[in-house]
Design a protein around this ligand. Sequence first.
Ligand code: FAD
Length: 396
Amino acid sequence: MSVRPVIVAGGGIGGLAAALALAQRGFGVKVLEQSVELGEIGAGVQLAPNAFAAFDALGVGAQARSRAVYIDRLVMMDAVDESVVAEVPTGDAFRARFGNPYAVIHRADVHRSLLEGVRTQPGVEVQTSTRVTGFEPADDGGVVVFDDGGGRHRGVALVGCDGVKSAVRAQTVGDDVRVSGHVVYRAVVDVAAFPADLRWNAASVWAGPNCHLVHYPLRGGEQYNVVVTFHSRETEMWSVSEGSEAEVLSYFDGIAARPRRLLHLPKSWKRWATADRAPIATWTHGRATLLGDAAHPLLQYLAQGACMALEDAVTLGRALAACDDDLDAAFALYQRSRVARTARVVLMTREMGRVYHAHGVERLVRNDLWRGRAPERFYDALEWLYGWTAGRCLAH
Ligand SMILES: Cc1cc2nc3c(=O)[nH]c(=O)nc-3n(C[C@H](O)[C@H](O)[C@H](O)COP(=O)(O)OP(=O)(O)OC[C@H]3O[C@@H](n4cnc5c(N)ncnc54)[C@H](O)[C@@H]3O)c2cc1C
């Protein structure tokens, strides 16, 4: 084990996955998390096959699998006329094609699975209530990381896993978030309150003009995740706040009664004004690099942000192994292996947002393009994304 740890800023999904990957290479790790307690927000997350490939590589595949709900299909409905636009079965043929399932899961269960893995690693220390404010190179070639309580943490390197508003990125890259103007409302609803005719074992999207609605089961079908998104008429800043039912209801006039019922289900909503950033080519500055949303924040339309953070962590670990744990060489290889793939996801995600929210003739074109399409054609289109494996994650 190295004398000084690698410092990981942020203990979210990316930070814990990074801690696990680093510990598996024998590095000591110190995770600095700003929250009082480690945890995740109360909402669901979709996990594509590439996430399960990453969980397995991190040694927590069994834990994640035991908590996931395996859906039968991905389905897009037209929220205006209630017709089916596209269906992608996720049964045997899908699993055979991608080597792993598609699942939905509570975020807390993803986080818990990673934390269980971290707790088996004696070299990982987690310090909460500690907000990273910056860092500087140390005389010995490592880093000194500063926190908001005046603390100084010496490490051999720093991995910034501190999310969309990353302090590590602010210091090294210094770019601004690109606020999308799209607002997301999320809530988890008990099954008893969820309409019986919508209790599909599917990741379900109702695509509407400048809006969409998502629902899928959680925790063995005891709960349902409900997410609705709309183009705000306000000037938005990146933020998370309490939502208001009146605001939600004011945005979905053009959609049919069946999906509209979803808007009335939650007792309370959380509101996200979303943002991403333009992809960048350089994540690594000396002994500091970026991972997860800190490296490539993205919108939610491809449901891949957490999946990418998990892939990043696995790739970092594999890069260290390939470079005999030489941190400088490994950070360069890690970056080389991840930049194009994650940039593609960021850009494709923006495009997918346009498809989801198509209106007028664009809506008709979308429906015409996808309606009746055979599953194999969707599988082919998704191969680059879902077919990721840890064994082939490094650039040559
Ligand atoms: C509406 C919505 C739906 C989504 N759905 C999906 C989906 O279905 N599938 C999917 O794969 N992804 C999805 N995502 C994306 C996914 O949530 C994120 O990409 C993922 O959580 C990123 O993880 P992270 O660890 O990089 O960042 P975060 O989850 O933001 O974690 C960052 C951590 O760092 C801490 N932190 C922040 N700043 C500091 C600091 N200065 N010092 C110390 N600690 C700090 C934070 O408290 C937090 O714990 C969705 C996102 C949204 C908004």
